[in-house]
Structures are given as structure tokens and as C-alpha cells.
Ligand binder design. Structure first.
Ligand code: 0GY
Length: 305
């Protein structure tokens, strides 16, 4: 099938720089995607955007270039609940990738078992209105109850303004819950203002809730470094991510978000994104927890016992 990329969509960076920051051995890129290729794994009819193709092989080449050892591939909304591209990527990774799928109420036990065998360890609930149509919460809760016995967790994606309405649902989930991109704070607001305080409170009161401190390129208003190289990348996001890393060092994850869906203003250089890490995890001990220990505990627990 032939797919036309959504107008204005930017493809991923063709030649990311080699990061100056060297990630610790065994580091995991815990949030990235594969898209298609559409000719092999068609995009979902209900999708809100059509991406560029971004294959598993291209993802693994990036992994190696940036110095990572493993990936966590997260199902993107453009594939709906058709997890074939994800599962194919996990199989090709030969143990070096695990995945987060999207499942619907009708999923069978056999389908869940096959996904588990391929390396899926979580399911994603998306509440970002520009990306998905509404799914009733009782349906999501039912799915969470189905996947809990497999030891899977739930990944949630939402905008900061929606947290009050979603609080009760999130805190009722029976699994570990991982929040994508710090719940998308508005970084023009103060890091100690009421909106971000509510997010900090969510993690503070609920030890089963984790956060990805990823996607500075999505959250930033200041943007990437100026051409004179004086400022480090995405500096306005640093206080938010650093606060979460320092308050919850054992419940944070980081990922590139390659191939960066829905960015219309600029496409990040993935090497610079890696150079963001030492600004938010400022000691080698914090960097190791963020990039190695935490993702290994969640996605490869059998190797950490
Ligand atoms: C991300 C962010 C976005 C998209 C998706 O599944 C998706 O389509 O997650 C976004 O547009 O903010 O984490 O990939």
C-alpha cells in the first residue's frame, strides 16, 4: 500500500551527531518507535497522522551510533492496535528490545501470550486528544486487569492540563504505571507552580507510578542550542526533568522518542538529545539508574535478580 506522509511532517534526522556524553555500558533507549514500513505493515485506518517509514534496522543503527545497548519500542498511534510492526522489530532485535503494545478489549489470551513471548511487557493508554479517539475508562481498566497477571505495566500519555480529571483512574490501576514525558508539563509555567506540583504529588503518593523524563524537544519553548553553541539543548526543560530525576531516582526512564512523530518546527539531532542527559541526571550514579538499572528492572527483570 502506498502512503503519503502528512503534509508538514518532518522525517527523522538523516545523520545524527555522535553524542559528547557517553552513555554507561548497557544503556537502554526506553522510548522509541518503529513506523511500518507501510508497504509491509500498513498504517491503521483510524490513525490521525501518516508518518515517514522508520524501520527496525534504522532504529538499531541509531542505537549503535548513540552507544545504547537496548531499546524499548513503544506502539505509536499510527499503527492503532495492530502490533505487527512492533512484534517484528522485537523479534529482529534478538533479545535486545522489549516492547509496549496497544491492545483492545477483545484481545485473546493466546494473542497476549504470543506478544509476551516476543518481548512485550506493557500496554499503552493514550489520552492525547489530537492522537486518539476516546476509549471508555472501564474498557481500559479491564485491559489493565487482563495484563497485570503477565507482569506487564501500563504506559500512559496525557497532557498536564488533563491530570486532575485522570488522577482517579491512574491511581486505581493495578500495575506499575509509567507516565510518558513527565505528563507533558507546560515549561513556561514555574517548576514549583501548581500544575507541576500536582504531577510531583502523583509520584510522591503512589510508589507504583514512574515517569519518563524524555522528549525535551517536544516540551521546549527555547528549543535546541543556538548556533553559537553557548547554551545547552532544550534548557527550559532541564529544571522539570532534573527535579523528577532527583526526587524519584529509582522510577525514571529516558528515551530518544526516535523517529519523533508530529514535530513540525524542528527535528532534533539525536546526538544532542543524548547530550541533554547529563544536565538532568547530573552524577554518574543517577545516570546509571536512569539509563541502565531502572529500565533493566522494568523490562529485563530476569537479568537483574
Ligand atoms: C510520542 C509522542 C507523540 C506521538 C505518539 O503514539 C503516538 O502517535 O506517541 C506525540 O505526537 O506527541 O511519544 O511518540
Amino acid at each position: 500500500m502506498d502512503f503519503q506522509m502528512t503534509p508538514g511532517w518532518l522525517p527523522f534526522h538523516p545523520a545524527p551527531s555522535t553524542p559528547r556524553f557517553r552513555v554507561p555500558p548497557g544503556a537502554v533507549d526506553a522510548h522509541c518507535h518503529v513506523f511500518g514500513p507501510g508497504a509491509t505493515f500498513p498504517y491503521a485506518p483510524e490513525r490521525k497522522y501518516t508518518p515517514c517509514d522508520a524501520s527496525a534496522e534504522q532504529l538499531f543503527a541509531l542505537r549503535d551510533r548513540l552507544g545504547f545497548a537496548r531499546n524499548v519500542v513503544v506502539q505509536a498511534t499510527c499503527h492503532g492496535a495492530d502490533n505487527r510492526a512492533l512484534v517484528d522489530a522485537l523479534r529482529r532485535a534478538a533479545g535486545r528490545a522489549r516492547g509496549v503494545a496497544t491492545v483492545k478489549r477483545g484481545v485473546t489470551d493466546a494473542e497476549l501470550a504470543a506478544m509476551h513471548e516476543a518481548g512485550v511487557r506493557g500496554t499503552r493508554f493514550n489520552f492525547v486528544k489530537r492522537l486518539v479517539d476516546f476509549t471508555p475508562k472501564d474498557e481500559l481498566l479491564e485491559i489493565a486487569q487482563r495484563i497485570a497477571p503477565l507482569g506487564w505495566h501500563v504506559v500512559v500519555y496525557f497532557e498536564a492540563a488533563d491530570l486532575p480529571e485522570l488522577w482517579e483512574f491512574f491511581t486505581a490501576l493495578p500495575t506499575t504505571v509509567v507516565v510518558d514525558h513527565m505528563g507533558r508539563p507546560d515549561v513556561r509555567k514555574p517548576v514549583d507552580g501548581p500544575e507541576f506540583e500536582l504531577f510531583v504529588k502523583l509520584l510522591d503518593q503512589h510508589p507504583n507510578i514512574w515517569s519518563k523524563v524524555s522528549c525535551p524537544e517536544r516540551l521546549s519553548v527555547s528549543g535546541p542550542p543556538a548556533l553559537d553553541g553557548e547554551q545547552h539543548p532544550y534548557r527550559d526543560v532541564v529544571p522539570f526533568a532534573r527535579r523528577i530525576v532527583e526526587a524519584f531516582p529509582d522510577r525514571v526512564l529516558w528515551g530518544t522518542d526516535w523517529p519523533h512523530p508530529n514535530l513540525k518546527d524542528h527535528m532534533p539531532d539525536d546526538g544532542l538529545l543524548v547530550d541533554f542527559v547529563p544536565h538532568i541526571a547530573v552524577t554518574p550514579a543517577l545516570q546509571r539508574k536512569l539509563l541502565v538499572d531502572n529500565p533493566m528492572r522494568l523490562y529485563w527483570p530476569e537479568e537483574t535478580r
